[in-house]
Design a protein around this ligand. Structure first.
Ligand code: NI
Length: 142
């Protein structure tokens, strides 16, 4: 699985965007506001923005409010990287394999506005932590 990006939690996305740009990162997207309801009725409630440097893609993620899926994680762990996202061609098939390998699904496949409505899912395993899978077509190029 090819790495798509590294997810990076921050308290204030505008502020972190400026700090990362000062470090030489290029802004790759607008700041998305993801409040779309998921299958389970919850919403992610996050601001997201993509940056790039030296071929590395970083996803800044900031909780919009206390209901955000990352609010507790940010509170507990502070600012910093918290997941690696991998590109997959068939999300269901890959999920099935990873569940067999002992991963737990922490967020079922759902469309993500920051990925032009491609579907993403989040998994967890001891020794690895949180990973994200994003469903990409064959012709997708970063
Ligand atoms: Ni991500």
């Amino acid at each position: 699985m090819k790495i798509d990006h590294i997810g990076y939690l921050c308290k204030n996305i505008q502020n972190s965007l400026e700090e990362f740009q000062n470090l030489g990162y290029q802004k790759q997207s607008e700041i998305y506001q993801d409040t779309l309801p998921l299958e389970d009725g919850q919403s992610r409630n996050v601001f997201i923005c993509f940056l790039e440097k030296d071929g590395y893609r970083i996803e800044l993620v900031t909780p919009i409010n206390k209901d955000s899926v990352v609010y507790d994680t940010l509170k507990k762990r502070g600012e910093g990287p918290y997941h690696i996202c991998y590109q997959v061609k068939n999300l269901e098939a890959e999920l099935e394999q990873m569940i067999e390998q002992g991963y737990f699904v922490i967020q079922e496949p759902n469309k993500a506005i920051a990925f032009q409505n491609s579907r993403v899912a989040f998994l967890f395993k001891m020794g690895v932590g949180i990973i994200e899978l994003v469903e990409r077509g064959f012709d997708y190029v970063i």
